[in-house]
Design a protein around this ligand. Sequence first.
Ligand code: OFO
Length: 169
Amino acid sequence: MNKKVEEGFNNQINAELHSAYLYYSMSAYFEDLNLSGFASWMRVQAQEELFHASKFYDFICDRGGRVLMQPIDAVDTEWESPLAAFEAAYGHEKYISDRINKLVKLAREEGDVMAENFLQWFVQEQVEEEATADEKVQEIKMVGNQGQGLFMVDRELGQRTFTMPADGE
Ligand code: OFO
């Protein structure tokens, strides 16, 4: 496998695991606030991130590369409000989209067509990840970050479940 792409993909495994770590931290923050729906939503988000990491892991293995696990940076444990946590999640997804775009550019420069093709799933996924996080930010803003409205959003967020995408194998 192309060495520069392999290094970039290994770094992305780390970034995806870091994302999972961040969302678990947000889940714990919401548990502490007794917002169990918010906490559950974030836990599902963390599971999605573990799935993203495993997709990069499998691709490196399939292409005869070597997966190298790296230390995971610490994450925040407190936010000012539920809205602040979701704004941070939205900001984080924009950062991840930027990373994926750079990986596409790298794969293209290196002429690694298989890697570029593989990354298309993530390009599409990031459109959804950003849209979903932004939608939740707007919902929380609308209900004013507290009271009965927040309770309703909590109930709605609690409905989310993790389903392995069809091409997950
Ligand atoms: Fe949230 O998409 Fe992966 O990191």
